[in-house]
Design a protein around this ligand. Structure first.
Ligand code: LLP
Length: 421
């Protein structure tokens, strides 16, 4: 459920008409709903009710500081995957002891940044990385809390580009080598081993892969404890999928996911962390764009938008589906017609949807991409020297621009010309 609903035929974000935001900030733009963000966070928090837990929002999904602050004020921790994300979370006011550092290639500088500023734990992905965290901790005279990310060799049954839990993927250490790697970690004086981490992929639409992975983590917990390790925290990653279409085959709910966690791991008396990103932000955001031209092609009509693949890359990159709706609903009974919906970038890949049934649209009409809050703005680029589009946050009847559209001067002046030119 989200808070982007029609009232008298006009699409609203909470209590603000989308057309009002468009008039104020211009198109294209991203708009997020505070109520939806908070609702989704609370679904996870409530799903783990009764267990010692922390929901660490995977901020890679949407990392604007206003979003981070909204969630942190509700009690969220953060899952970060770079020094930049760490600093951004800190800038948004998240305390270090609520920040978890994941990611397959943390550099010594990034590790230093996090250890100096305070960190809840590093999720270590390899033995070489473990050695570097140990060395930096010793250099700073601190002890780094760590979990080791294990790769359980489970098929997440999702898009190949976002599946991470199979043995051929670059993530984690093979679960079969865990004893050896934990013994190594325990021998390093700059590290304190506190738990186990696992993350098998994103946009999972079934619980079964989670169940397989978490059952393996439960077995490993008992094994490592028997080997003398004080395993007391389990980080279970993110990955629960969202409905991208309004059909019946919706993914499992957070409450069902929470029940599975309790069933598979509840007996171990561990603190539980989860790292959801998409489910919190995905359906809490729209990308709003304007039709520039309607062009008749050979046997098909194209809607040419002012938004493009550089603003929302998911359809081009993962063949992802986003529901696309007219901001002004058509009059009842108006017949829909198929359009190819495209951006103005000079690539055929800049196609959002083919033969999508839409109400008749004309130049100047506004349309909205649903489910664009996660992996939307954060994956945007300035390809074709198109400015990064603004982000807007709505809260009830108020809205605020939370990232401005840069001017062309700002973009162009970022280049520097060498002395020989
Ligand atoms: N934790 C770790 C270690 C991760 O790698 C990820 C996502 C998450 C948590 C959050 O997963 P979520 O709950 O959002 O599924 N750009 C792609 C998605 C990439 C996901 C990468 N890792 C997309 O647009 O579909």
């Amino acid at each position: 459920m989200d808070h982007f609903l029609y009232r008298d035929g006009a699409l609203y974000a909470e209590d603000v008409p989308i057309s009002e935001i468009a008039a104020a900030v211009g198109t294209p733009f991203y708009v997020y709903s505070t109520a939806t963000l908070l609702r989704h966070f609370k679904l996870f928090d409530d799903a783990l009710d009764g267990t010692d837990h922390l929901v660490c929002y995977a901020m890679k999904a949407a990392s604007n500081q206003a979003i981070l602050k909204t969630l942190a004020q509700a009690g969220a921790g953060m899952d970060v995957v770079s020094g930049g994300e760490y600093l951004r979370a800190k800038a948004a006011g998240v305390p270090g002891d609520r920040i978890v550092f994941s990611g397959v290639g943390k550099t010594a500088d990034e590790i230093r940044t996090a250890l100096s500023g305070g960190i809840r734990q590093f999720n270590v992905e390899s033995e070489p990385e473990m050695e570097v965290i140990n060395a930096v901790a010793l250099e700073l005279g601190v002890v780094a809390p760590i979990t080791v990310r294990v790769n359980p060799d489970v098929d997440a049954k999702t898009h190949a580009k976002i599946a991470t839990g199979k043995s051929e993927n670059k993530f984690g250490i093979p679960i079969a080598r865990a004893s050896e790697v934990y013994a190594h970690a325990a021998s390093l004086p700059g590290l304190e081993v506190i738990g186990i981490d696992v993350h098998i992929g994103s946009q999972l639409t079934e619980l079964e892969p989670f169940e397989l992975a978490y059952t393996k983590v439960a077995e490993l917990t008992e094994k490592l404890r028997a080997e003398g390790h004080n395993i007391r925290r389990l980080d279970l990653g993110g990955g629960l999928g969202i409905p991208y279409t309004r059909s019946n085959d919706a993914p499992p709910l957070p409450v069902e996911y929470g029940a599975l966690i309790k069933k598979t791991l509840g007996h171990l008396d561990c603190e539980i962390e989860i790292e959801p990103g998409r489910l919190i932000a995905g359906n809490a955001g729209l990308m709003v764009s304007k039709v520039i031209y309607v062009k008749s092609g050979e046997g098909r009509d194209f809607l040419i938008l002012d938004g493009a693949m550089n603003d929302l890359i998911r359809p081009a990159m993962y063949e992802a589906h986003h529901d696309i709706v007219a901001v002004q609903e058509p009059a009842p009974g108006v017949e829909r017609q198929p359009y190819d919906i495209v951006g103005p970038v000079c690539e055929t890949g800049d196609t959002f949807a083919k033969q999508r049934n839409m109400p008749p649209l004309k130049s100047g009409d506004l349309i909205a991409f649903r489910s664009a809050g996660a992996y939307g703005a954060v994956m945007a680029s300035e390809y074709n020297t198109r400015p990064l589009i603004p982000e807007v946050l709505v809260n009830g009847d108020q809205f605020a621009v939370i990232r401005e559209r840069p001017s062309f001067d700002e973009i162009i002046n970022r280049d520097t010309i060498p002395s020989w030119l």
